[in-house]
Design a protein around this ligand. Structure first.
Ligand code: ARG
Length: 459
């Protein structure tokens, strides 16, 4: 077992203690970032004359060789090492000899792991942003094609007012757009390099931290070396943002599960994204949507886990922080898979527009519009509300709908009803008259679609 320390020890670590302590089983996935950080570190050391150019070149060559060999499966990460940092350093020394022992000059594993994790997280923030964008492209294309696809809008899961599929999807466009903005915010705030913080109190070598940071695309360096090695705020922010992405995906999934049910039949899932039952031959289940909804909990769990890990830690580094990785990696992978499967499912899902419109037509979704009609005839809204309430009760008793009543029946409840009521409470009118910004009326929605399109072209 390769470890980077031992000088001050007489005995060796108990095997189970070593295994409990080791992180290579999961931090192995930081190997690219670890090598990238080490290359930047020695490049800076040479520039500051702390290493000679020849030493730096030998180390960089060795590190690049390790990277290539691992990537091309010629070198396996040795799981008997303590962590990825030990593996890379031990392998480097094996390759290039004693000069490899200079790699760790002016550095601690504390600032090293802080850097690796930040580099890795930055990549995953960008990747999440890209996946969110792909989802937005699919949502927008559904919006564009369904400006006049009528459906009921719900409150309390009860039919409320008619809307359109474009409008309903438009709500999710806003949510996932905000998720992308959160990714950009996180990157902006986290993009400072902790390398050079050392174990906790900087180093006595004349490191040029800003130069090393610039080699890795950071906007600058972190401000305080104690904070640098013990800050995991950026990861907590990312997990919070990922939790919000999952919350949005889960709400959308829940709706798709409902829409796919026998009662609604608003959508037809593609065979590629549904599964059958081993016993009930009629079944076509929305498993992908259910799994996305189900996996939301483990992402929230990761956030709670890391918040709890951090809450009692004194400055600066504590080994507890090693616990940031497994939960964070799992959350990142879960969101990645959920986003890409959800996007595929959405892309292939077919809408039963006839069912949606029929559903919007019953359930009194035009009751507000009937009241507004009376307001147009001079009836105060509160009275109009009560008149239409009575109208609805009458319809329920007769098992019919407002638009199917005769003018005589309507006039019996209010004399203000005239022949133009039928047009006023038609589905088309109900939707078309809703023209305030953000409302489902087709011209308002067309504007929203144009804005969304421009947004996707720009970012
Ligand atoms: N595996 C450790 C972690 O993930 C690396 C840092 C170790 N530092 C230390 N002082 N033991 O946090």
């Amino acid at each position: 077992m390769a470890q980077l320390w031992g000088g001050r020890f007489n005995g060796s670590t108990a095997q189970d203690a070593f295994a409990f302590n080791a992180s290579i089983g999961f931090d192995r996935r930081l190997f690219q970032q670890d090598i990238q950080g080490s290359i930047a570190h020695v490049t800076m050391l040479a520039r500051q004359n702390i290493l000679s150019v020849e030493e730096k070149d030998a180390i960089v060559d060795g590190l690049e060789g390790i990277l290539k060999d691992v990537e091309e499966n010629r070198l396996e990460i040795d799981l008997s090492c303590e962590d990825i940092h030990s593996f890379v350093e031990a392998n480097l020394i094996r390759r290039i000899g004693d000069v490899g022992k200079k790699l760790h000059t002016g550095r601690s594993r504390n600032d090293q792991v802080a850097l690796d994790m930040r580099l890795y997280t930055r990549e995953r923030v960008r990747e999440t942003d890209g996946l969110l964008k792909e989802l937005l492209v699919v949502i927008l294309s559904v919006m564009e094609e369904n400006l006049e696809t009528y459906m009921p809008g719900f409150t309390h899961l009860q039919k409320a007012q008619p809307t359109t599929l474009a409008h309903h999807y438009g709500a999710y466009f806003e949510m996932f757009r905000r998720d992308r903005q959160r990714m950009a915010d996180i990157e902006r705030r986290m993009n400072y390099c902790p390398l050079g913080a050392g174990a906790l109190a900087g180093t006595t070598y004349p490191l040029d931290r800003e130069y090393a940071a610039s080699l890795m695309g950071f906007d600058g360096v972190t401000g305080n070396s104690m904070d640098s090695v013990s800050d995991r705020d950026y990861l907590i922010e990312f997990l919070a943002a990922l939790s919000t992405v999952m919350m949005h995906l889960s709400r959308f999934s829940e709706e798709i599960i409902l829409w796919n049910s026998n009662e609604y039949q608003f959508v037809e899932m593609d065979d590629a994204y549904s599964t059958g039952s081993s016993i009930m031959p009629q079944k076509k289940n929305p498993d992908i949507a259910e799994l996305v909804r189900g996996k939301t909990g483990r992402v929230y769990g990761a956030l709670m886990s890391l918040l709890t890990t951090m809450k009692g830690l004194p400055l600066a580094y504590n080994k507890d922080m090693q616990e940031d990785k497994e939960v964070a990696f799992d959350a990142m992978d879960t969101v990645k898979n959920s986003l890409s499967l959800f996007t595929g499912m959405l892309k292939t899902m077919k809408f039963r527009k006839d069912r949606m419109a029929a559903s919007a037509m019953n359930g009194f979704t035009n009751a507000t519009d009937a009241a507004d009609y009376l307001v147009g005839k001079g009836v105060p809204f509160r009275d109009a509300h009560s008149i239409v309430g009575r109208l609805v009760l009458y319809c329920i008793e007769k098992n019919t709908s407002i638009d199917k009543l005769s003018l005589e029946e309507l006039k019996e409840i209010s004399d203000e009803f005239e022949g133009d009521i039928y047009e006023a409470v038609s589905l088309k009118t109900c939707v078309e008259k809703r023209l305030t910004i953000g409302a489902p009326g087709p011209s308002a929605m067309r504007e929203a679609v144009e804005k969304n399109k421009a947004y996707l072209e720009l970012s």
